[in-house]
Design a protein around this ligand. Structure first.
Ligand code: GRF
Length: 208
């Protein structure tokens, strides 16, 4: 049985999708803990209601980024995870932290990486006149919102879209994409060579 720790900062809808898929599809894994850097993160209540251990490591309580990162690593390592999942986790993590979990930490970013790292991705896709947009699950490296790409979901940009309508269309796909990618990792079906991630059985790594 593999152990997963999920980090959130807010609503946690991707975390919920992963928790639900893990139970419904009987993954050989359990979500051992959900950890937030914000005490008021709405997702904590969902996790607690599902019998999952929760913890808060409040970044505001630390004078330095390294101090926060170390406390977060301690909270994570208490659950000896095989995989750390960033799901709407809104803190930049330092190089020492990222290196510690290299190859076993995933993130989802709401753009077709390498386009639009950082914030306001939906606004920026509209401003750029993109005709398609989407989300990316990638291994976390020291490059912000970038790293070996595990899977991507593509959505159309439609006439009349606002950042809100586009975000909602992307989020719906995230909830399919992220559980699929996490499951692949858990069952050992991902292979990374020279920064390129492939699926061992050749499953399509894009949702169209
Ligand atoms: C998602 O759009 C995700 O791609 C981004 O932050 C958002 C988190 O939403 N990293 P939620 O907390 O999972 O509902």
């Amino acid at each position: 049985m593999k152990s997963i720790v999920i980090l959130i900062s807010g609503r946690g809808s991707n975390m919920q999708a992963i928790v639900n898929a893990c139970a419904a599809e009987h993954w050989p894994a359990r979500v051992a803990a959900v950890i937030s850097n914000r005490p008021q993160a709405a997702g904590l209540a969902f996790a607690a209601a599902h019998g999952i251990a929760t913890a808060v490591v409040d970044h505001e309580a630390f004078a330095t980024r390294e101090g926060f990162d170390d406390a977060l690593a301690n909270a994570i390592d208490a659950h000896a995870p095989d995989l750390v999942v960033l799901a709407g986790f809104m803190r930049i993590l330092g190089p020492r932290f990222v290196t510690r979990y290299e190859g076993r930490m995933l993130n989802i970013h709401p753009s077709l990486v390498p386009a639009f790292p950082g914030l306001r991705t939906h606004e920026r896709a509209l401003e750029a006149g993109c005709k398609v947009h989407g989300a990316t699950v990638h291994f976390v490296t020291t490059s912000l919102d970038h790293g070996p790409i595990v899977a991507q979901a593509v959505v159309p940009v439609l006439p009349g879209d606002t950042a809100e309508t586009l975000a909602a269309r992307v989020l719906e796909r995230e909830h399919v994409l992220y559980p699929r990618a996490v499951h692949w990792f858990i069952v050992g079906e991902l292979h990374t060579a020279a920064g390129i991630v492939t699926h061992t059985r050749g499953s399509p790594q894009q949702l169209l």
